[in-house]
Design a protein around this ligand. Structure first.
Ligand SMILES: [Zn+2]
Length: 186
């Protein structure tokens, strides 16, 4: 791999790039730039390793064993900002599970959609980390745009229990807007 001098060059280069902010550059752009400046043959996989090392070395800690609900919200909403469609698809993806998981004391499981069947998703598991409130609910919820499938304008404050004021169609969930904290779990 690299000797210690080469490692130092790599780390400094990566830190310099990261401290400037990635702006429009993707991580791959940064890696390409580093590869060009190093003037030595470095496989991308090795660069990616040192890129992560550069991250951990003072730019951003990757390992944090003491996260709270706000940290989780920050990561989730960062993911929504990056790709709201992917995150929407991910949290709508429910996997059938057994009764034992459905009975888990804190993980939120859907037992209502189909009688006798249980479904678990990403958000239910994440909520399981933080316990449940007095209302039996978890502490993180997702906020969606409320839309009409006929593309009518839907006024603020309408929910999916409402019908479209223009065409009478049942309203539905549109874009994933953000995750938010619904209650303090004691
Ligand atoms: Zn409508």
């Amino acid at each position: 791999m690299f000797n210690d001098d080469e490692k130092k060059v790599l780390i400094d280069l990566i830190k310099e790039k990261l401290n400037k902010g990635l702006d429009g550059d993707s991580k791959m752009d940064v890696l390409r730039d580093c590869k060009r400046k190093l003037e030595m043959p470095v496989p991308f996989s090795d660069l990616a390793f040192w890129f992560r090392a550069g991250y951990m070395d003072g730019v951003e800690r990757l390992v944090n064993y003491n996260i709270n609900v706000d940290d989780v919200l920050r990561v989730l909403n960062g993911a929504v900002m990056a790709d709201a469609d992917a995150m929407r698809a991910l949290i709508f993806n429910r996997v059938e599970c057994n009764r034992q998981l459905a009975d888990h004391p804190t993980i939120q499981v859907d037992g209502y959609t189909k009688p006798g069947k249980y479904f678990v998703g990403l958000l239910g598991v994440i909520n399981g980390l933080f316990g449940i409130g007095k209302d039996g609910m978890g502490s993180i919820a997702a906020e969606f745009e409320v839309v009409c499938k006929n593309k009518c304008v839907v006024p603020n404050g309408m929910t999916i229990d409402d019908k479209c004021l223009q065409c009478g169609e049942q309203l539905e969930l549109g874009r994933l807007l953000k995750f938010f904290k619904v209650s303090e779990v004691k």
